[in-house]
Write a protein that binds this ligand. Structure first.
Ligand code: 0WD
Length: 254
């Protein structure tokens, strides 16, 4: 029963119960999906373990996307446990906090490369690994932000990375389309999560959205979760290469 009955998915990027990936995981499980979660290192294991238990999810182990061997281990594990994969969520991004403030022009080479590696290249290499397991087609989903399209205060190098991530969605959609693997992104409005706490003046950005978005409020992880459910389920079977805004409509005025 449910929109996701019989579907198995890997969800990367649950850090805690405020994570966008957690909202997506909950929505999928409520519709009958079987899911596996990864965590980044031991410090997140103890936060993610109870969430996995609550959701009836498998723990697919430690995953640091900059470490190929940890990716190999996660995908080998999925292959031996499930043999195939129907959907995948990539909700991962990182940049040095001290460069998510001030001017973009001051970005260092090291942080530029690290930000692009964790926030952009990881989706491409994960898509390649998922392709092998998505033998009956599938759906890949990543998370982006409006700072890819317009300059947002303090978003800096992450805005440049999200622009590259959105372009990756389009190229991957073409590469994988003939195998009926769809690739889409949700451009979420600002939500107070651990990752967001690294962005300078984030409370101001939340307030700005409340005042200016057509719906006059910010969005919740449940709302992003339900949109994720649509993009991961067969309801969106005709949709690929799309960046879908779940932002109370902010992008039409911002
Ligand atoms: O306002 C927001 N919160 C928005 C977030 C608006 C629009 C988009 N997004 C995006 C983020 O850029 C990210 O791509 O949504 C995605 C999920 O972010 P989130 O739910 O806001 O943040 P969080 O709950 O912190 O999860 C992101 C997690 C990391 O947490 P920390 O706080 O450690 O950065 O990504 C994971 C980590 O668990 N992560 C990694 N996972 C594997 N390998 C790595 C890595 N190297 N780096 C970060």
């Amino acid at each position: 029963q449910g929109l996701m009955a019989g579907k198995r998915g890997l969800i990367l990027g649950v850090a805690n119960n405020r994570s966008i990936a957690y909202g997506i995981a909950k929505a999928c499980v409520a519709q009958g999906a079987e899911i596996a979660l990864t965590y980044q290192g031991e410090q997140f294991r103890k936060r993610v373990e109870p969430l996995a238990e609550e959701l009836g999810a498998e723990l697919a182990g430690h995953c640091d996307v900059t470490d190929e061997s940890s990716l190999d281990a996660v995908f080998d594990g999925i292959k031996s446990k499930w043999g195939k994969l129907d959907f995948l969520v990539h909700a991962i991004a990182f940049s040095n906090k001290d460069e998510l403030d001030g001017r973009y022009v001051d970005t260092t080479r090291d942080n530029f490369l690290m930000t692009m590696d964790i926030s952009v290249f990881s989706f491409t290499t994960i898509a390649k690994r998922a392709e092998e397991l998505m033998t009956d087609g599938g759906s890949l989903l990543t998370l982006t932000y409006y700072g890819a399209e317009k300059v947002m205060p303090h978003y800096n190098v992450m805005g440049v990375a999200k622009a590259a991530l959105e372009a990756s969605v389009r190229y991957l959609a073409v590469d994988l389309g003939s195998k009926n693997i769809r690739v889409n992104a949700i451009s979420a409005g600002p939500i107070k999560t651990l990752a967001a706490s690294g962005i300078g003046d984030f409370r101001y950005i939340l307030k700005w959205n409340e005042y200016n978005a057509p719906l006059k409020r910010t969005v919740s992880v449940e709302e992003v979760g339900d949109a994720g459910l649509y993009l991961l389920s067969d309801l969106s079977r005709g949709v690929t290469g799309e960046v879908h805004h779940v932002d109370s409509g902010y992008h039409v005025v911002g």
